[in-house]
Design a protein around this ligand. Structure first.
Ligand code: COA
Length: 187
């Protein structure tokens, strides 16, 4: 565990999110996607922004990892599943850690925070889509994700193979007072 903390992002984080996303995208997909596809996707994402997700209280949220020295070093966009996959109730739609801060546990901390966030909303399973050729797959496997589905999706306007990793039981990711078994009985 490093000297960063995870919190829910607010409207003031929009610019930091845009920067982490753009830097993360360029570094990750430079060897995978054509430069034009990367530019197109970054333009599209910049236009969409994170708007209403920032500052709300519901399931849809952006979780940021920040340190006092470096500011926001990574984020996860979480919320309702965009597709029906194996009865999973939630999705991590985006996960990016600045290249200079990768490999120090920030990604794991963000996925664990996302799992805690889901459990607090009464949800116990989630999935994440990842490019088949992205080595982030090994990260998801290290965190106990299981490949459950494959599809061809469009990334930056190009067709690419995608794999969905799933967590059906969040017990391994969520420990302590938020662990599913530690929740008080309902009713
Ligand atoms: C994928 C990503 C989020 C992982 O975050 P990170 O902070 O670098 O990962 P962590 O340091 O938390 O690693 C957690 C575990 O995964 C393992 N891991 C991380 N990347 C790995 C890789 N490429 N191959 C194998 N294992 C890996 C680590 O060894 C670690 O295992 P441990 O906790 O048992 O020691 C980050 O590297 C990233 O932002 N990549 C670029 C963007 C991206 O591809 N996002 C996913 C899009 S779906």
């Amino acid at each position: 565990m490093g000297d960063w903390a995870v919190r829910r992002a607010g409207p003031a984080d929009a610019e930091a999110l845009r920067q982490v996303h753009a830097e993360g995208w360029r570094a990750t997909y430079a060897g995978i996607l054509p430069a034009l596809a990367i530019d197109r996707e970054l333009k599209r994402r910049r236009a969409t922004g994170w708007g209403p997700t920032l500052g709300g209280q519901g399931l849809a949220a952006v979780l940021v990892a920040e340190s006092p020295e470096a500011g926001v070093v990574g984020f996860a966009t979480v919320g309702d599943p965009r597709e029906s996959i194996a009865d999973l109730e939630a999705e991590i739609a985006e996960l990016y850690v600045l290249p200079a801060h990768q490999g120090r546990g920030v990604g794991r901390t963000l996925v664990e925070a996302a799992a805690r966030h889901f459990v607090r909303h009464g949800l116990f399973g989630f999935y994440v889509w990842v490019l088949r050729s992205n080595r982030a797959r090994f990260f998801y496997e290290a965190l106990g994700g299981e490949p459950v589905l494959e599809k061809t999706g469009a990334v930056g306007g190009h067709p690419y193979g995608l794999v969905a990793y799933a967590w059906h039981d969040l017990t391994r990711l969520v420990t302590g007072a938020d662990a599913p078994g530690a929740l008080p009985p309902i009713g």
